[in-house]
Design a protein. Sequence first.
Length: 410
Amino acid sequence: MNRISKADNIKFIMKKYLIPVFIVLLLSCKSNKQEEHTDPDVYYTCSMDPQVVELKPGKCPICKMPLTPVKKSNGAGKDELQLSDQQVQLGNIRVDTIRSGMIGDKMILTATLNTDQLKTNSVSARVMGRIDRLYFKNAGDYVKRGDALFDLYSEELNNAKQEYRLALEKKRTLDNSIVDFEQLVRSARTKLQLWGMSEAQIKELEEAEKISVHTTFYSPVPGYITSLDALEGQYVMEGGTVLRVADLSTLWAEAQVYVSQLAQVEPQSIAEVEFPDFPGKSAKGRIEFINPEINPETRITLLRVSIPNAGNKLRPGMPAFLLLKGKQHHSLTLPTDAVIRDSKGATVWVQTGKNTFKNRIVEIGLEENGRMEIRSGLKPGDVVVVSGAYLLNSEYVFKKGTDPMAGHLH
């Protein structure tokens, strides 16, 4: 009876004291683990694969490296970006203090060579008809002045030819009558000229025994065919374009220039144009046109320089650089790579705290020797990201889901 009594006492003590204590300890551990995993100010990511985002520590499922804790707040505002030490190191994020320097001796603009529209000619059908033959069938073919371009079959033109021949015949046989056949001949001849027949073709028509049902049209200028707008067997209306011919002896070098840079550009000044596809080759031309209309969204306008094209070696579509001379002046400058430029404007990343950065819109000016003039948006002493700016842009979009410039523009 005593042994049974002792066993019952032990069971009674375990049920009353030890089991509740064990349950309390278990719940406490579980609570601590949940708190560790659900810290609202910390998330875990992989420095090698930043698309991996977890709410608790562990290893990256892609590269198996330990995840890096990143604080969401800790002083970073909603429009700021905060990185870990490891992210700064791997992203090669470097900063520098903006300073004043001399700039303005030379401005370089990226340009594209285009056809001189003043030397482009459209060859059109002056009368409705069917194109039965094209003598040139490829864009880019070179044609000389007077080369045959196409043969046209036209009922109206053929009738006009018959009228002219008939007027000539009546003038020869009935010249003494009261009818002024000379006037009829002049009228019929004028119609043929207006419909595109040359003096030589009209002379041939006068002497030919049989009238051809086709009329050949010739190139009025030399140049390269830039487009074929009609095909063999196709009907064209009066005034319809058959092909376009461009004289490439001169070209336009066209560049986009920011409004902030216009103060350094003088109309009619001489610009030097360099060509990356032809190292060492350059040409000089005059600034002939600056578009007076500014695009309100991009704050960009067009600048045009006309240059000679000796030997037709340069072709439309080639890249070029415009070098414009200017006066040197003191200004805040940054390395060109520190400035992010797109159709919306220009921005830089400014350091606001340890590993904390904020995007700021700036007004840029001249670009020279790898440095960019900053006219507004920064002040002396600002610490600016000079390496890794585009990586910060991508990281901001990834984490915030918005363009960092969206907060600046209206």
